[in-house]
Design a binder for this molecule. Sequence first.
Ligand code: TEU
Ligand code: CA
Length: 562
Amino acid sequence: GHVRHWWKEAVFYQVWPRSFQDTNGDGIGDIPGVIARLDHIAGLGVDAIWLSPHYDSPNVDNGYDVRDYVSVAAEFGMMADFDRLLAETKARGMRLIVDMVVNHSSDEHAWFVESRAARDSDKRDFYVWHPGREGGTKPPNDWRSFFGGSAWSRDATTGDWYMHLFHEKQPDLNWESAAAREAIFEAMRFWLDKGVDGFRLDVIAFVSKEPGLPDYPPRHRKAPEYYHADGPRLMEHLTRMREEVYRGADKVAVGEAFGVTFEQAARLVAEGTGPLDMLIHFDAVRIDRAEGWRWKPFTLPDLKRVFSEQERLMGRTAWRTICLSNHDNPRLVSHFGDTSTPALRRRSAILLATLILTLKGTPFVYQGDEIGMTNYPFARIEEYDDVEAKGAWTDHVETGAVAAEEFLENMWRTTRDHARTPMQWDASPTGGFTTGTPWFHVHPDVGVINAATERADEGSIYHGYRRLIALRKATPPLVYGDYADLAPDDPRLFVFERRIGEEACLVALNMSSEDATLTVPERFVGAAPLMAEGAEPAGDAAAPLGGEIMLAPWESRIWRTT
Ligand code: TEU
Ligand code: CA
């Protein structure tokens, strides 16, 4: 079985500080705001917080462009505020991990300012510089930025080109340089020395670039993330990071695994030997994604197959996360649930909570999903904030390749901006997020969907999360149990078991808007109900399990062998 670790048993809650809670009326969430809302987070029973970037940044990519790795953004507060956040988090029995964005920095980072100044600058090799093709006028290769355009920009000072897999204001750091690596590691040690419990490592699989910087191999043109995530020195760089930064401490390293296959993941997080502890996978959350911003339909069997494949390839030798929403993806209930009526929204949100808290892996809850926040009704491109949305618009609509209407339909389904509207704390027009003008649109449904309403109602989504988190903690098979899908082809039901020897749980979720019949596997006949949400009639839920049972639309149930 799996070796026990705190981070395998923990439930994480992600805070995206810009939109969490403002305390000084400037319309921007801040660290004192996170502190003010710690009881909301702790009230769920979560164990750890992942704080999205809190560093000084020009905010081209909302903090994922770091100007100074050992600072706190002025708009978020001061270092003393961060220290207080850490202390107050620990005082509530929770841990805190911070986001490290070290595949790239901001172009305004002092390292890059120095690097670009001259070819013989001391920091030249901190970044990836290359002369252009065709007399320097064309980029060194055909790599694309994930935010649109080429992955290379020509710098006027020397005429050389620098690489940026994201925005041109996010130059890629050169992990081939020992001095650059050491500078990165020093910044990481600064936060560990303060007492943070580890890192979420942004696009960490991209740090090893293909030597010689060739054009994309043809098979990788459509999804270059798989190419960038498979550089030849990735394992070496991460192993060195583990040794020099973590130094054996029981702190967690959560890698973001954009472009990492399950086979590769099994090596990166191999129990006991992998340089990382777990990875945030994209296979499920991007199940409905064609390339980039394009949406494509999916079926429930497609989604279920992801988790079976993961069990097959990562099985008992590598740990994983369950992350079906974050600041880069649509709202959980809009994405995978049913928002057609308030009752179905509530029921399907609780079903999705059940799913992420009972699948195998460490669950990540994203701010606002615990109160059932939904996608924002973006209509025009001007209403978006995200650099990714704007870059895609430039590449596809402004070039005439795609009609505006088609683009906007797809973008609405896939945009990261859904996750970035302010937290809805109460029913007031700014949702209690700020007393000033919010930096980004407050969702028009704030009068109905907000934390105050949720906390006052025992049957709410918030309390559903709270009960499920408690249930998970009290039920070992839900943490360490093996995973098996019991009805992989069923188009409506997601039915799986979690098992440690004779001790097992059966989870049955009706992920459809129609009734569905569950044929109870022999070994679960007589099992005791642990949880029932949305059962009709409610009385049914208390009976021991047997024969066939009917699940109402978006009903979720859990049983345990006795
Ligand atoms: O995101 C990784 C990433 O590349 C995708 O998740 C991204 O959302 C995009 O859709 C790719 O098409 C991480 C951060 O989570 C994200 O917020 C940053 O913008 C990105 O890295 C760059 O730092
Ligand atoms: Ca503020």
